[in-house]
Design a binder for this molecule. Sequence first.
Ligand code: UD1
Ligand code: CA
Length: 460
Amino acid sequence: MKPTVVILAAGLGTRMKSALAKALHPVAGLPLIQHVLNAASGTDPEKIVLVLGHQSDRVRNAVHESRVEIVLQAEQLGTGHAVRQAKEAIAAAAGPVLVLCADTPLLTSGTLRDVIELHRKSRAAVTLITAQADDPFGYGRVVRGKTGVMRVVEEKDATAAQKKIKEVNAGIYCFDPKFLLSSLDRLGKNNAQGEYYLPDTIDLARKKKRGVAALRCPEPDEVMGVNSRVDLSRAEAVLRRRINGRWMAEGVTMLDPGTTFVGTGVSLGRDVVLYPNVRIEGNTKIGDGSIVYPGSRIVDSVLAGSVTVKDCSVIEESNIASGAAIGPFAHLRPGSVIGEGARIGNFVEIKKTTIGAGSKANHLAYLGDATVGRDVNVGAGVITCNYDGYEKHRTIIEDGVFVGSDAQLVAPVTIGKGALIAAGATITRDVPADALAISRVPQHIREGFAGRRRRLRQKK
Ligand code: UD1
Ligand code: CA
């Protein structure tokens, strides 16, 4: 029977000391809650219910999962109270109810399937996941008796002896829906925090002589809860290890995987080489044999095979064909399309511009809202003047054009095939194919002027 999943995400996450709701803090480029949703989706659920409170609209808009139902918890009175808001879905559940917290991003679907399976086999009223923690501080401690788990005691309610227990509650449970429903109204708040604690359902199950089962998670990392910024950085490190390990197994070289960030939505080809301090984010795809040198960031872009991105370049929402070379210190802004074998060099900025195969802009140029043909040479310091203060205009440079250094192309303007633009020209009108366009003030020579000036200065 398919599980109904309830994810608790109403809390602000006070310990994060943030204006942003905890569930929205990103790890490995995705909000915490999205990682939990992804794990939940892997259990083939009947339904996923999100319990939201703080910044509910923002959380709702941030998650990508079509099957979710939202319920609101107006006041955050504890995890037990949060689950109570999902009563309708619990009453309607034909299968087990899986309760998860939005702050456990390292959880895998495999572990969730294991807890569902153990729950089914043991016929327990509630099956919880526990882990052996080196530092159990902050977690609920699992108190065991002769017949197994008796109850969970929160850090703030624990006795000195209980605080020494290293087995912790992961905050992940599989419930018999009828038992859960009847327990929710029986939870009290007579505890250190004055909250309705969901783990108290375990005590209730014991009192009703119902079974309690526990799955010990062999990977304590997996059930780690993120409560603070330090936890967040630890989760990031674990996810980075997991993601990078997977890509290295697929044939990617990482010179320093500890400083290489690859987002969850990224895909990398074989023999891709990533140098230290590289960030590949969003929906980026990089083809076989491409190399990214240190300090570069690539977001939502497609790089074909054998592309070279030299040091400290930024590439956003762009498309780069095979054999092209970018950087060092290049900035490809959204809408840049770079053709096969093209070269975009030092301090070149490109925006909403197509560069044809084999073309070069090697130094200090700005090309915005332009279409550049094949085998074009864009000299050092060339600038498309694409903005008149109100509107953007296009520049078209046809195949085989040579644009001399420091030319300004005042858009809208078209440079015809094979034309030659002299260095320093300011081009305001279209240039026909194969023509030379030159716009310069005549050069004057005054013989001996500099020498006379120097001698005058020395006399003073
Ligand atoms: C909880 C457990 C603890 C367990 C730990 C595992 C309780 C009382 N304690 O503690 O035993 O070891 O998780 O990580 O359950 N939430 C709501 N509404 C509320 C309160 C919380 O939606 O009124 C949500 C939070 O947004 C969060 C989750 O429930 O996603 C857990 O809350 P949190 O405050 O982090 O619980 P812990 O103190 O970590
Ligand atoms: Ca927590």
